[in-house]
Design a protein around this ligand. Structure first.
Ligand code: CP
Length: 316
């Protein structure tokens, strides 16, 4: 695995899950692997879980870790090629990325969708420039269209909590006051389609995900029907893909509530966090015994550690 931006970068998904579970049992077993290796985490956007879990994952493997909030301590970056740099951006990503690559052995990058132009976001212009110019392996810590470390942790969490071989997993859209990227649902759907789980995606009309992620999966527009018999409910808000970046609905009947959970098979409730209570999910559902949002966040550590371990093995 040269870079990690999607489930398709893994050589073997089952082996990756097995490795993450082994690391969870004994997180310090490969402390010598990262000796004298540096992990540099570049954040273009805010983070709590990704920042802390990826940092800790590197430390558990014995790596040196540098965290760089590029928009706060760094020069404002120009990311377009061929422009006359007479704006407020004094440094070009074309120089910044290879320079960053000289100070580390692995780079983690978080760069969300900007919602200015769908083609630019879906071409992954920022993380792709890291891959092209850094000269070292790159790990996506959430890019414009995918959040693979999150999906890896989600898969791990479902494996730990499932009570049948082929659980029914439902990804549901939920209302939110702001336009949020499609990275989490895209990535989750793409990842789940690599498993044997029964996957259902439900959202109001207008919130269809990009065809490249849905493949032949058709959305269920009736949320209650989608929830029937579900073993896992994964809630997330996202902005429209077709009417790119627009909030088309804030219909609170889509907020996951006890009424919704009642038709499931005592489903576990999941969300990547941060979550807006009583918009995405009611207090009663997220505070219930079936909510696994904290163990899900805990697994971010082991998904990150598994990815870094696989990359370090290749640097040996
Ligand atoms: N789920 C997730 O990526 O959380 P942060 O945005 O806090 O890193």
């Amino acid at each position: 695995m040269k870079h990690f931006t999607t489930v398709h970068d893994l050589d073997n998904l089952d082996e990756a899950i097995k490795l993450a579970l082994e690391l969870k049992k004994d997180p310090y077993q490969f402390q010598d692997l990262g000796k004298n290796k540096t992990l540099l985490l570049v954040f273009f956007n805010s983070s709590l879980r990704t920042r802390l879990s990826t940092q800790k994952a590197g430390l558990n493997l014995g790596m040196n870790v540098i965290v760089f909030d590029i928009n706060e301590g760094g020069w404002k970056l120009e990311t377009e090629l061929g422009v006359i740099m007479d704006s407020d951006k004094p440094e070009h990503i074309r120089e910044a990325v290879p320079v960053i690559g000289k100070y580390c052995d692995i780079i983690g990058v978080r760069a969300f969708a900007k919602f200015e132009n769908r083609e630019d976001d879906y071409q992954e212009k920022i993380i792709q420039q890291f891959i092209d110019y850094a000269g070292v392996p790159v790990v996506s810590m959430e890019a414009a269209t995918r959040h693979p470390l999150q999906s890896f942790a989600d898969h791990l969490t479902i494996e730990e909590h499932k009570t049948k071989e082929r659980p029914k997993v439902v990804m549901t859209w939920a209302p939110h006051p702001r336009a949020l990227p499609q990275a989490v649902p895209n990535s989750f759907v793409e990842w789940m389609r690599e498993t044997d789980y029964e996957l259902v995606v439900t959202h109001p009309e207008g919130y269809e995900l990009a065809p490249e992620f849905m493949g032949d999966l058709k959305p269920e527009y009736d949320q209650m029907k989608a929830f029937e018999g579900a073993d896992f409910i994964y809630a997330k808000s996202w902005a429209s893909y077709n009417d790119y970046g627009k909030v088309l609905s804030t219909d609170r009947s889509w907020t996951v509530s006890d009424k919704h959970m009642a038709v499931t098979n005592k489903a576990k409730f999941m969300h990547c966090l941060p979550v807006r209570r009583n918009m995405i999910v009611t207090d009663s559902v997220i505070d219930s015994a079936n909510s696994i949002v904290v163990p899900e966040a805990e697994n971010r550590l082991f998904s990150a550690q598994a990815v870094l371990k696989m990359m370090l093995d290749q640097l040996k």
